[in-house]
Design a protein around this ligand. Structure first.
Ligand SMILES: Cc1cc2nc3c(=O)[nH]c(=O)nc-3n(C[C@H](O)[C@H](O)[C@H](O)COP(=O)(O)O)c2cc1C
Length: 169
């Protein structure tokens, strides 16, 4: 797939990503991560220009309907990054989602709305409960998949669309 060209941003966004990231690095010692990555082309470019990490995200699908789900593009992004920088994934709802993300090569996941829902439902206790639920579900998934530690979670524990297609050939 070819990365889309943003015609409507021509002349507004800087065309020199390298100088933008250099400027950002000059004003902070913090690692600079890029969020909203959904294609392997963008991921590869992000590594090339010096981002310290990649967040695979469609911003919760709140901007544009029919953007791909984060989990569906994760494997390709991870392959493109080739372990050069950490890849994080957002949009998780369950412990099984966390397991799948790690199996497909994410280093960590980010949790947005679930903790907000917990906060709205029962303030601090609600947030704690949401995090506990995710942790419990994740640990149960690990146990049922025979993984004593996080490092034992591998791609062989999940079946992707690509695997399904290969098995039909
Ligand atoms: C109320 C709200 C405000 C958000 N504001 C931003 C924002 O300013 N910048 C951004 O990159 N993402 C923003 N997001 C997207 C989240 O960072 C996250 O990518 C998205 O919600 C998916 O994660 P979730 O499904 O766990 O919520 C916002 C999400 C919500 C719900």
């Amino acid at each position: 797939m070819v990365a889309p060209q943003l015609k409507n941003f021509e002349g507004i966004l800087s065309t020199d990503v390298n100088s933008d990231i250099e400027w950002l690095k000059s004003i902070t010692n913090l690692p600079i991560l890029i969020k909203g990555v959904l294609t392997h082309e963008v991921a590869r470019k992000a590594v090339e220009v010096g981002f310290s990490g990649i967040v695979v995200s469609n911003h919760g699908g709140r901007q544009l309907d029919y953007t791909p789900t984060t989990i569906s593009v994760l494997e390709k992004v991870v392959d493109a990054v080739g372990g050069k920088v950490p890849v994080l994934l957002d949009g998780v709802r369950r412990g099984t989602d966390v397991f799948k993300a790690l199996a497909l090569g994410a280093q960590a996941v980010l949790v947005g709305r679930p903790v907000i829902y917990g906060l709205a439902a029962n303030r601090e206790c609600g947030v704690r409960r949401v995090i506990e639920m995710l942790k419990d579900e994740f640990e149960l998934t690990m146990a049922l998949c025979g993984c004593p530690g996080v490092m034992d979670i591998t791609k062989s524990h999940v079946r992707t669309e690509c695997d399904k297609l290969h098995s039909m050939l």
